[in-house]
Design a protein around this ligand. Structure first.
Ligand code: CA
Length: 225
């Protein structure tokens, strides 16, 4: 899952980058409203953390522009303490949640998980597909209760497929949602990750739909053909 953080305070921006990256997300950063708006309009994010007090273009204006442009990704706004009218304005502009500064990054991560699972139709932070289970809280996967050791990229691929289980995920979409902007993307490496994942979680859990993409399946429900 790929997250955009728009925050002008460099310390907070770094802190959010670190916390979200460690939690298994691909993260892009913007330090002002103009850059943030542009990234939101041009890259396919799964969620956005948006500060409201931003240089160049303020957060509410950025959010309104995104929503007017039909962009529906979930947005958490960051507001200054005591500025209740800012929250109202933010929600009216299309925010899904808010945090008042200062906040604990743990709370931001919990709200992020909640937004992402709501946006993809899951009720809890653990997503299951048969006996394969991904705990998005700990960024860990298990098969029949046995922990599976995954690299951060393997986890990102699996977490994205799990959030979108039940549909075919095109390879290009996978590439766009597991790498951040600065990463040298090579869609061939996706095949490598899928191959390694299959060896770790079981060959029959990720189906290749020729020319379309990948689909996560429960082998108990989907007999081999
Ligand atoms: Ca600010």
């Amino acid at each position: 899952m790929r997250i955009l953080v728009v925050e002008d305070d460099p310390d907070l921006r770094r802190q959010l980058d670190k916390a979200l990256t460690e939690a298994g997300y691909a993260v892009d950063l913007a330090g002002n409203g103009e850059d943030g708006q542009f990234l939101g309009e041009t890259e396919p994010y799964d969620a956005v953390v948006l500060d409201l007090g931003l240089p160049k273009v303020d957060g509410v204006t950025v959010l309104k522009a995104w929503r007017d442009g039909g962009l529906v990704f979930p947005v958490i706004i960051l507001t200054a303490r005591g500025r209740w009218s800012e929250k109202v304005e933010g929600f009216d502009a299309g925010a899904d949640d808010y945090l008042t500064k200062p906040f604990h990054t743990e709370e931001l991560l919990a709200r992020m998980r909640a937004l992402l699972r709501r946006a993809t139709g899951h009720a809890t932070s653990a997503i299951e597909c048969g006996d394969l289970r991904v705990d998005t809280r700990a960024a860990r996967a298990t098969v029949s209760g046995e922990p599976i050791r995954l690299t951060s990229h393997e986890y990102k691929v699996l977490a994205y497929l799990m959030h979108h289980r039940g549909r075919v995920v095109p390879r290009t979409e996978l590439v766009e949602h597991i790498y951040d902007q600065d990463f040298d993307r090579d869609s061939n490496t996706i095949e490598v990750f899928i191959g390694r994942l299959r060896r770790k979680i079981g060959q029959d859990r990720i189906m290749t739909e020729r020319g379309l993409g990948y689909r996560l399946v429960d082998p108990a429900e989907t007999p081999a053909q």
